[in-house]
Design a protein. Structure first.
Length: 335
């Protein structure tokens, strides 16, 4: 079995849910793991005779939309919550579902996640921080319990794992990840179709936006920290959407000699920070927490209601202190 203890508790939860209505919630500005997990869990719950629907504040990103299929889905603004209990997926904190849904559902029945910063806020918690994606946790539990995984469910889970592992490049990509993906392919997932939808249909506006981000990159701390910015005018002048900036921060991290890459962008009257490190040792979740955010050790983020320039200055200062602290703890000498 992949997750013996989690799967046994999930089996008990399924029995408790029969005859009830379940809203499967995901986080703001959903990514592939969020949408894939919402789709997969909703479909499996429905297969067990449970009245389930996926609900999110935001629409799925353009490239993820094709993988929703015929899954019951609703936007928060159109949803009537009476009679529903909630299961949150890929939400490190209940506030990640957004103020509207948090107000509708002040209590979380089940919390399924893989973020190291998750405080186990649900009545039932299925949190596995060593895993690559929430979709990996779900796939493992589904296979452990022999639950039906149809082609749409398999594809959704594969999308979640593929995106949260950086196309199987991140350190969380284990043998178990490949084993689960092989089983998902046997159930109907298509790696070729996922690659085509996610990575081979880029709009020109996105590439124009990427050019601006790359042009903004600056190196600090002897080349170990790289920061790039995107302002609201960059989106307006290129015609790109905010979701088009997903993954841009990887270019900063991937530079030779860089340990921590950052993207700071203006977004919905606030500033969003995305942080990426080459290894888990740099504990970016701790750095993000200094700015009210969180996430994973090698990948984290935050939102701030301050001017972009001020956030960049504070972030750079904090990142330099954090990097030196991590060096000391690892017994290495910083640059």
């Amino acid at each position: 079995m992949y997750f013996p203890e989690l799967s046994e508790r999930f089996k008990q939860l399924l029995a408790e849910l029969r005859g009830r209505r379940v809203a499967v919630l995901g986080h703001l500005r959903p990514d592939g793991d969020c949408i894939g997990s919402q789709v997969a869990l909703t479909r499996v719950l429905c297969s067990q005779g449970i009245d389930a629907i996926a609900v999110n504040r935001d629409d799925p990103p353009r490239v993820i939309q094709p993988f929703v299929g015929d899954t019951p889905w609703a936007l928060a603004k159109d949803f009537t919550p009476e009679g529903y209990v909630t299961m949150n997926v890929d939400c490190a904190d209940p506030i990640r579902v957004g103020m509207l849904l948090e107000g509708m559902f002040p209590e979380t029945l089940a919390n399924i996640d893989h973020h190291v910063s998750n405080p186990s806020y649900g009545r039932h918690n299925f949190v596995a921080p060593a895993t690559s994606a929430t979709a990996e946790v779900l796939a493992g539990m589904f296979f452990d319990l022999g639950l039906p995984v149809d082609a749409v469910t398999a594809q959704a889970l594969y999308v979640g794992i593929a995106t949260d592992t950086g196309q199987f490049r991140f350190p969380t990509t284990t043998g178990q990840v490949f084993e689960l993906c092989a089983r998902l392919c046997a159930c109907g997932a298509s790696p070729a179709e996922v690659a085509r939808e996610l990575f081979e249909q880029e709009p020109l506006a996105k590439l124009k936006l990427l050019r601006r981000y790359l042009g903004s990159l600056r190196l600090y701390h002897s080349g170990r920290i790289c920061i790039g910015v995107l302002r609201e005018q960059d989106f307006q002048e290129t015609g790109a959407e905010h979701e088009d900036a997903e993954g841009f921060v990887d270019y900063a991290r991937d530079l030779d000699g860089v340990d921590i890459g950052m993207l700071v962008q203006e977004f919905e009257n606030q500033v969003k920070g995305s942080l990426r490190a080459k290894t888990r040792a740099y504990r970016l979740d701790q750095l993000a927490q200094e700015f009210g955010g969180g996430g994973h050790a090698p990948a984290a983020g935050f939102n701030q209601h301050r001017p972009l320039e001020e956030v960049c200055e504070l972030l750079l200062r904090a990142a330099e202190v954090h990097l030196e602290k991590m060096d000391r703890e690892r017994g290495t000498v910083g640059a």
